[in-house]
Design a protein around this ligand. Structure first.
Ligand code: 5AD
Ligand code: SF4
Length: 480
């Protein structure tokens, strides 16, 4: 039997594109409200969360887990055992969306077996009108749809869905407030994600994120620093500062700049500090100096270039040209010894000629990245680029993609080879996925290291002697 869908609010991408600049965000504290009548809803019930996409989503899923825990739900490892399943989705490329629709489809049979099962879909995908329409029309098995701005309302959405026996949709397209003090169950006990800002105002022409994540808005530095100090006291070794464009931190409020914030974070004394992602446009000289100065700021910079061709960069709305990007790379390499540079690149953007693609290859040859995430352009509904003709055939896109990954791999291996024979510091994650007897972890400059070592080192920083370099990993043995 079809259930009625109550649509409290649904997304509107035109509204999501509005930016009222020079207006500081609203900060809300302790906004999760769990009514008396639902505080034990989760007793003897289990939750399962599947997360797609970026670190921002991973962090949001930790918050969703925290809220469900407050409602007394406990976690489980597979969908069959769950009483509530949440899919936290990504829409950055079409493939990400296809996976989610596939998964929702496969959950239909579980829902038929257990009509009390609750299925929630949240995250970036449902910030788009056409996706919500499709879910409401064709995917009866989905009970709750909520967006990136109102995760804190999850308890009341669950209550509504259960007590009113209706499907609920509540997705906001406002510029977004900042919710502080949300409960969370962190996925890890020694490394943590810490949001420093939300949203994006850059509006690169191919990118959906400014519409799904709202306006750039910074957390107060005092709240960020308190969170990091607490993490340190709890024994955390590493924090990764998160934002769609961390270099724009503080531009919307009278607070520290990103460089000043990084310095304060370094002074907390936490062992390892990382940050992601940096837009080259906002990368200041002060930031380069701070990264160079503090040993606990890791010397790894993810600096998305997207293309090496001026015409394509302009069409992408990236706000820098090839020369400006290369000048920034030179400045970074000159000032930060042994810096590791990684990047994101898109191939097959509309009108990308063979010559334009050759420019991307030559830029990679010049920079010699430590590694790169490479993507085939995927048109996103509602973005300016989606109105351009997607005129590069899939065959050509794939050929370019393969050429690019081969070029990146060549320099990656060259760089990795320079580590052979060296002793480097690794924060140990645990037994490697492929071989229980081998431990794995990440080096200071974010390389995956597999090594023979002592299981008691998990969560600690240890010295590892590198014996062999492969294209994507280093192999070695623990020396202390
Ligand atoms: N198509 C392909 N890749 C994309 N990215 C963002 N939007 C698209 C798109 N429409 C890539 C960019 C970005 C990374 C997170 O995803 O390279 O830096
Ligand atoms: Fe995906 Fe971007 Fe949303 Fe992250 S912010 S989940 S990458 S669409």
């Amino acid at each position: 039997m079809k259930k009625f869908a109550k649509v409290v609010s649904s997304p509107n991408m035109k509204m999501a594109a509005v930016r009222e600049l020079n207006v500081a965000p609203n900060y809300q504290y302790n906004s999760v409200i769990i009514d008396e009548d639902i505080k034990d809803f989760g007793l003897n019930k289990k939750y399962f969360i599947r997360t797609y996409g970026c670190q921002g989503n991973l962090r949001d899923s930790e918050v969703i887990a925290g809220i469900l825990k407050e409602m007394k739900y406990s976690p489980c490892q597979n969908v069959e055992e769950a009483d509530i399943i949440i899919l936290n989705t990504c829409c950055v490329r079409e493939n990400a969306e296809k996976k989610v629709f596939g998964e929702i489809g496969s959950l239909k049979s579980l829902k038929q077996k257990n009509p009390n099962l609750l299925i929630g879909v949240c995250g970036c995908m449902v910030q788009q009108e056409h996706i919500v329409t499709t879910l409401l029309t064709n995917y009866q098995q989905v009970d709750i749809i909520f967006g990136t701005h109102n995760i804190y309302q999850l308890p009341s959405l669950i209550k509504d869905a259960i007590l009113s026996n209706q499907r609920i949709c509540n997705v906001l397209s406002n510029q977004g407030d900042i919710q502080e003090d949300l409960p969370s169950c962190r996925a890890n006990t020694y490394k943590a994600w810490v949001n420093i800002m939300y949203g994006c105002n850059k509006f690169c022409t191919y990118c959906i994120v400014p519409y799904t994540r709202g306006k750039e808005r910074s957390r107060k530095s005092v709240d960020i620093l308190n969170e990091i100090r607490q993490l340190k006291e709890m024994g955390y070794k590493e924090v990764t500062l998160l934002g769609q464009n961390v270099n724009a931190y503080g531009k919307d409020i009278a607070d520290l700049s990103f460089a000043e914030l990084m310095e304060q974070v370094a002074l907390t004394g936490i062992d390892r500090i990382r940050f992601t992602t940096s837009h080259p446009y906002d990368f200041s000289d002060e930031l380069i100096d701070v990264i160079a100065k503090y040993p606990n700021i890791m010397k790894h910079i993810q600096l998305p270039v997207q293309s090496g061709d001026d015409g394509i960069l302009k069409a992408m709305g990236r706000r820098y040209n090839r020369k400006q990007y290369l000048d920034l790379v030179k400045k970074i390499k000159d000032k930060i010894k042994d810096v590791s540079l990684t990047t994101d690149i898109i191939v097959g953007f509309p009108n990308e000629s063979d010559e334009a693609f050759a420019q991307t290859l030559s830029l990679c040859e010049e920079v010699k990245y430590d590694s790169a995430f490479t993507f085939i352009y995927s048109p996103r509904v509602g973005t300016p680029a989606a109105k351009m003709k997607d005129n590069i055939s899939m065959d050509v896109k794939k050929q370019r993609f393969n050429k690019l990954t081969a070029t990146i791999a060549k320099y990656e291996l060259e760089k990795y080879k320079t580590f052979e024979g060296k002793i480097i510091k690794v924060l140990v994650d645990g037994p490697s996925k492929k071989n229980e007897e081998i431990l794995s972890g990440y080096s200071e400059d974010n390389k995956l290291v597999n090594f023979k070592g002592d299981l008691s080192s998990v969560g600690k920083i240890v010295n590892v002697k590198i014996i062999k370099a492969k294209t994507y990993t280093l192999e070695g043995e623990q020396v202390d």
